[in-house]
Design a protein around this ligand. Structure first.
Ligand SMILES: C[S@@+](CC[C@H](N)C(=O)[O-])C[C@H]1O[C@@H](n2cnc3c(N)ncnc32)[C@H](O)[C@@H]1O
Length: 219
């Protein structure tokens, strides 16, 4: 099954089973590092729990995912909540981001940037840097090598595992996140925490960094 098909089925099942509209712990943590207002780009937003949380706090959110089912559920829910400050777009993160330079104050990606090869991940971090305004904030939560899920997963390569769900995920160390973002963003938060996701017994890496302007980049 390809990954898009996997996620379309995943969100269909979530829709059938029912879900609560609660923001993630990381969204509630990250917002305290945001400017008071501005444009948020959310990548891999799923059914938009965090999208709506940011919109409810007055931000304009461009909410993206490549799963049509997720976008459909998310749009429906925001219509029900009469949230007008959200723009939904189908964006595949394996491709360059379809946005002009320096469009956003904040880029946010919760549990989504750990599905990609080294090349695509490098491209994505550079693309996030490109679409952020100077000093803009990049907040992401990534799978950690400390996560117990790794014990139940099949190792494919140094950092890549096939998880019990049947998809390939990349697990990071803090040092790897530091290396990937070095020269692009100045870290404000970089740690591993068990308290950052809805799932019990999970360890994720929290990263919040500020865009280093082009002229000041070290590489
Ligand atoms: C674990 S879910 C997280 C969803 C949401 N951020 C949350 O935390 O509730 C991962 C999301 O990434 C999306 N995704 C996976 N690969 C993608 C890709 N290549 N382009 C865009 N979205 C992708 C999936 O559709 C899914 O919604």
């Amino acid at each position: 099954m390809d990954t898009k098909e996997f996620w379309e089925k995943w969100w269909q099942k979530i829709d059938d089973d029912g879900w609560e509209d609660t923001p993630s712990i990381f969204a509630q943590f990250a917002i305290s590092y945001y400017p008071k207002e501005g444009r948020v780009l959310e990548l891999g937003a799923g059914i938009g729990k965090d999208t709506r949380y940011f919109a409810q706090h007055g931000y304009f959110v461009v909410s993206t995912d490549f799963a049509d089912k997720a976008l459909e559920i998310s749009k429906w829910e925001s219509t029900m909540q009469k949230l007008m400050n959200i723009d939904y777009q189908n964006v595949d993160l394996k491709k360059p981001l379809p946005f002009a330079n320096e469009q956003f104050d904040i880029c946010y990606a919760h549990a989504v940037l750990h599905y990609f090869s080294h090349e695509i991940t490098d491209q994505l971090f550079r693309e996030i840097h490109r679409v952020l305004k100077d000093g803009g904030s990049f907040a992401t939560l990534l799978k950690s090598k400390e996560d117990p899920e790794i014990l139940n997963s099949l190792k494919l390569d140094e950092n890549f595992y096939q998880t019990p769900q049947g998809i390939v995920e990349r697990f990071f160390t803090i040092e790897e996140v530091q290396k990937e973002t070095d020269g692009l963003f100045k870290p404000v938060v970089l740690d591993a925490s068990e308290q950052t996701h809805e799932t019990e017994n999970a360890t994720f890496i929290r990263y919040i960094g500020l865009k280093i302007p082009h002229g000041e980049q070290t590489h």
